[in-house]
Design a protein around this ligand. Structure first.
Ligand code: NAP
Ligand code: MG
Length: 495
C-alpha cells in the first residue's frame, strides 16, 4: 500500500531536484510503510516560491467570495473523505482514530468558517475629522506566505494556515513536518480538486534545515506562519526579523490543570486523563502538570493513577485503543530522558516510566502512561515541555500558591481550573498567564472559530484560529476619500 509522493508545484506533482527520498512509516508498526517522500532542497523551494509569486496577481484579483467558494468545495471533499484521511493520519502520526477523525473535522470546521469569512473580511469605518470626507480600513492580501508545520495535528494545523491565507488572497508554499507529510498531500489534493488554481498552493517536502531554512530566508515570501517548538520559533523570528517579514509563531506549552478543594473530582479526573494522555501527551495544549490543593491531593492522585494504569495502549487503528505510540523513537527517547531526570530530581514515580515491550508493542514506539508525584515547582519536569504521556502532580497549600505554580514556567498556552467557586474562577481568569483558560474543562479542546495561541515563550502575539487568523494573513489599508472639492488639511484646519 506504499505510495511514491512528489512535491506539488504549480499544480503538478514533480520530483525534487536532488532525487533523494525518505520513508514515512507508522509509529505503531514500523512494518507499515505509509509512503516514500522527497527530500527536497533550496532549488525546489525556489521553484515553489516562483510559482506562488506568478499565481498571486490573478488569485488576488478574484473576489474574496469566489475564493471562499473554492474553500467550501474543498471542505466538502474533506467531509466526503474524512474516514480515509483519518486512517492515513493514524498510520503516519499514531494518534487514535477518534482523534484523527477530530483532526480532519477541525480542518472541515476551519474550511466552512473560511467560506463564511470570505463574505466578511471586515474593515473598520470611522468618521473623518473633516466635512465631506470619509475614512475606512480595508484588508488586502500580502503575497506569498511560507508555512511550516509540526507533526502532531497533521491536517488541522495546515488547514488553520492555508484556509485563511488563501481566502485573504495570498498564495502559499507549505512545508509539512517530515514525520507527517501524507496528510498535507491529502489536504492540498482536496484544494486542487476543488479548483484552487495552479501555483496558488505549493508543497515542498523535506527537512527543517534544508527546506525550512530556504523558505524562511527566501526574499520573495511576505511572511512565515510557523507552528512548532520555541527553539525553532526563535530561529525563525531572528531570520524574518532581519528581513522585516511578518512572522506568526505558535510554540510550545507546559500547561497545567489546577484542582481546588471544592472541585468535582470525578469531572477533574476525566479532564486530566484526556488532557494528559490524549494524543499520547503530544499536544501543545497537553496537561503536563496537575496542581492540586492539599485537601484533595491524595484522593485525586489515587484516582488518576488508578485510571491511567487502565488506559489501553496500542495501535490507534484499533477502535478500542485509548492511547497510541509516541510519534518516533527519538520522541520516545526524549520522554524517557525526562523520566530519568524526574527520578534524579527526587520526584516519586508512581506509574509507568518505561517503554512498553512485547509482541504488540515491539514494532512501535509505545510508552506507558506515566505519573510523577511529590513534584516540586522548580524541578525540570515541572517547568519544561516533555511532549509525551507524562503527568507531574504538584501539591499546593491554597489558591494563591496554585496560581503562582501554574504561572511558574516560560510558557503560557493553555490552562484549566476546576472549582465550584465562581469568585475563584473569575480571579483565576484574571491572574493566569496563558492565552487560553478553561473553567471546569481540560486544557485541550480549542474550537476553531476562536483565537488560538499563547503568551510568553509560546508565541509572539499572533492568534491563529477564528477571525484573528485573517488579521495575520492580510494587510490593513487605511483609505481617505475627500469629496469636498477643496484642500482640507487634517490637524491644521481644525486646530
Ligand atoms: P519543531 O521541531 O519545532 O518542528 C516544527 C517544524 O519546523 C517542522 O516542520 C520542522 O521540520 C521545521 N524546522 C525545524 N528546524 C527548522 C529550521 N531551522 N528552519 C525552519 N523550519 C525548521 O517541532 P515539532 O517537534 O514538529 O513539534 C512539537 C512542538 O510544536 C512542540 O514544542 C509543541 O508544543 C509545538 N506545537 C505548538 C502548537 C501551538 O499551536 N502552539 C501546536 C502544535 C505543536 P522537520 O519536520 O524536518 O523537523
Ligand atoms: Mg511517520
Amino acid at each position: 500500500m506504499s505510495k511514491q509522493y512528489q512535491n506539488f508545484i504549480n499544480g503538478k506533482y514533480v520530483a525534487s531536484g536532488s532525487g533523494k527520498t525518505y520513508e514515512n512509516r507508522n509509529p505503531a508498526d514500523q512494518d507499515d510503510l505509509v509512503g516514500v517522500f522527497p527530500l527536497s532542497g533550496p532549488e525546489d523551494v525556489s521553484a515553489a516560491v516562483a510559482a506562488a509569486k506568478a499565481a498571486y496577481p490573478a488569485w488576488r484579483a478574484l473576489p474574496a467570495q469566489a475564493r471562499g467558494d473554492i474553500m467550501r468545495k474543498a471542505t466538502e471533499i474533506l467531509v466526503r473523505n474524512k474516514e480515509e484521511y483519518a486512517r492515513l493520519e493514524t498510520r503516519e502520526m499514531g494518534k487514535v482514530l477518534k482523534e484523527t477523525r477530530g483532526d480532519v473535522q477541525e480542518a472541515v470546521d476551519t474550511g466552512f468558517y473560511a467560506a463564511g469569512e470570505s463574505r466578511r473580511l471586515w474593515g473598520t469605518v470611522a468618521p473623518s475629522e473633516m466635512p465631506d470626507k470619509m475614512c475606512y480600513v480595508t484588508r488586502q492580501p500580502m503575497g506569498v506566505w511560507g508555512m511550516i508545520c509540526p507533526w502532531n495535528f497533521p491536517m488541522a494545523i495546515p488547514s488553520w494556515k492555508l484556509f485563511p491565507a488563501l481566502t485573504c488572497g495570498n498564495t502559499a508554499v507549505i512545508k509539512p513536518a517530515t514525520l507527517t507529510p501524507a496528510s498535507v498531500d491529502a489536504f492540498v489534493g482536496a484544494l486542487h480538486e476543488a479548483g484552487v488554481p495552479d501555483g496558488v498552493v505549493n508543497v515542498v517536502y523535506g527537512s527543517g534545515s534544508e527546506v525550512g531554512e530556504a523558505l524562511i530566508g527566501h526574499p520573495d515570501i511576505c511572511g512565515i506562519s510557523f507552528t512548532g517548538s520555541s527553539e525553532v520559533g526563535r530561529r525563525i523570528a531572528e531570520v524574518t526579523g532581519k528581513s522585516l517579514k511578518r512572522c506568526s509563531l505558535e510554540l510550545g506549552g507546559k500547561n497545567a490543570q489546577l484542582v481546588m478543594n471544592d472541585a468535582d473530582l470525578e469531572l477533574a479526573l476525566e479532564g486530566v486523563l484526556w488532557g494528559a494522555f490524549g494524543t499520547t501527551g503530544q499536544r501543545c495544549t497537553a496537561t503536563s502538570r496537575l496542581i492540586v490543593e492539599e485537601g484533595v491531593h491524595d484522593r485525586m492522585l489515587e484516582m488518576v493513577v488508578d485510571r491511567a494504569a487502565k488506559l489501553k495502549v496500542g495501535n490507534g487503528l484499533d477502535e478500542s485503543v485509548e492511547m497510541g505510540p509516541c510519534v518516533s523513537d527519538g520522541q520516545r527517547e526524549t520522554v524517557h530522558g525526562y523520566v530519568e531526570i524526574g527520578k534524579k530530581e527526587g520526584a516519586k514515580l508512581v506509574l509507568g516510566g518505561e517503554k512498553l515491550t512485547g509482541d504488540d508493542y515491539d514494532r512501535g514506539f509505545f510508552y506507558r502512561p506515566t505519573v510523577f508525584a511529590d513534584v516540586s515547582p522548580a524541578m525540570r519536569i515541572a517547568v519544561e515541555e516533555i511532549f509525551g504521556p507524562v503527568l507531574s502532580v504538584i501539591k499546593v497549600r491554597d489558591f494563591e500558591e496554585g496560581i503562582a505554580v501554574l504561572n511558574g514556567t516560560r510558557y503560557g498556552l493553555s490552562s484549566a481550573v476546576y472549582t465550584k467557586d465562581v469568585n475563584r474562577a473569575m480571579k483565576a481568569i484574571e491572574l493566569i498567564e496563558a492565552g487560553i483558560t478553561y473553567i471546569n474543562a481540560p486544557t485541550i479542546g480549542a474550537e476553531c472559530h476562536m483565537p488560538f495561541g499563547g503568551v510568553k515563550d509560546t508565541g509572539n502575539g499572533h492568534r491563529e484560529g477564528g477571525w484573528t487568523a485573517y488579521e495575520i494573513f492580510s494587510e490593513q489599508k487605511t483609505v481617505y476619500i475627500d469629496y469636498s472639492g477643496g484642500l482640507q488639511r487634517a490637524q491644521i484646519d481644525n486646530a
